[in-house]
Ligand binder design. Structure first.
Ligand SMILES: Cc1cc2nc3c(=O)[nH]c(=O)nc-3n(C[C@H](O)[C@H](O)[C@H](O)COP(=O)(O)O)c2cc1C
Length: 334
């Protein structure tokens, strides 16, 4: 008997547990089609970044004001002028529409806004374009020494409430691991109406170029080891947030990584780095490995496996917490 790989995430019935998370491949129709063909059960489109929208709108306004060289362009109605020159939120709206036309799998649109109002406005726009669900990419570095943690958290929670009020489709919040109490903040996000959590956003730390003495934003793709942080928190949160969809992101490269994420309680495992490094076909490989392991270990389905090794299900939940640290430093450090 072949194992049943279906799962449920954000109220969506998915054919399998691997989702293509936001990245360059989910930003083009060719990439999206290739990911679907390879077995991705849903796709998350690249985030609509509010800063980009503002920058692009300013550039378009400059172009329209720019006299002679752009006279013809500037005299055309905006919608016509913008044909083939798609800017601002329209670029993302168009990608959602095209992805919905081209794909049979659910399309999740992502928003990363800045000020109040942007999050819910853009989320509603993407839902109107046909997005099946929304992901809020709450990537921000709280760098102001005058702003206390409680205020940072309160602002984010207000965003969650505002988006809940603005959209009728399910939405997930992609969290950072940098909270004093990840568990408390995660529960607060859910209490404000989020349907799911994506653990965790990868923060790209800067590097210093010693030749030019400049700060370089450095993007390194993940390795399987990066999955351990999401594994810990998925395991800890699974039983504390029953009914909340949980997605693993960061370090999902192999079938074994997918299985580990499911065992601790994820509903889906998301991947970006692995398909950038090895191509969309890596999704097919991961799914084959998952199926093979399930069958070899006499599991009928992904659902049977899900959460069976969460902190609430294992005999020694301390393994997810401090005891792991003590055991490691005492055995390896001596
Ligand atoms: C080139 C690149 C672009 C990305 N763009 C986005 C994005 O637009 N929105 C977002 O939420 N995450 C974005 N991510 C993060 C991924 O969706 C993913 O969460 C992260 O890379 C960790 O997963 P991985 O280990 O499978 O790469 C991007 C990652 C990469 C490498």
């Amino acid at each position: 008997m072949t194992a049943d790989l279906t799962t449920r995430y954000l109220g969506l019935e998915l054919a399998g547990p691997v989702v293509a998370s936001a990245g360059p491949l989910t930003g083009t129709l060719d990439g999206l089609r290739a990911l679907e063909d390879a077995g991705a059960a849903a796709v998350v489109l690249p985030s609509l970044f509010e800063e980009d929208v503002i920058e692009e709108e300013l550039r378009l306004a400059d172009l329209l004001d720019d006299g002679e060289g752009f006279a013809e362009f500037a005299s055309a109605p905006l919608s016509e002028a913008a044909e083939g020159y798609v800017m601002g939120p329209e670029r993302h709206v168009r990608l959602v529409k095209r992805a919905k036309e081209a794909l049979g799998i659910p399309v999740i649109a992502s928003v990363n806004a800045t000020g109040t109002g942007g999050w819910e406005r853009y989320a509603a726009l993407l839902v109107e374009a046909g997005a099946d669900a929304i992901e809020l990419n709450m990537y921000a570095v709280a760098a102001d020494a005058q702003v206390p943690a409680a205020e940072v958290e309160a602002q984010k929670l207000d965003v969650v409430s505002a988006v809940r009020a603005a959209v009728g489709v399910p939405f997930a919040v992609k969290l950072s691991p940098f909270y004093t109490s990840v568990a408390h903040f995660a529960a607060a996000v859910v209490s404000r109406g989020a349907d799911g959590l994506v653990l965790f956003n990868r923060f790209y730390a800067p590097d210093i170029d010693l030749g030019s003495l400049t700060v370089q934003p450095a993007l390194t793709l993940s390795e399987s080891d990066d999955l351990r942080l999401p594994l810990r928190w998925l395991g800890i949160l699974r039983s504390q947030l029953p009914g909340t969809s949980l997605a693993a992101t960061s370090g999902v490269h192999t079938g074994a990584d997918v299985l580990k994420a499911l065992l601790v309680g994820a509903d889906v495992a998301c991947t970006t780095s692995s398909v950038l490094r090895r191509g969309p076909g890596n999704v097919t490989r991961m799914l084959a490995e998952v199926r093979e392991w399930l069958e070899a270990n006499e599991y009928d389905s992904v659902r049977q496996l899900q959460g069976s090794m969460s902190a609430a299900s294992v005999p020694d939940p301390a393994g997810f917490e401090r005891a792991q640290y003590r055991a490691i430093v005492t055995t390896l450090g001596r």
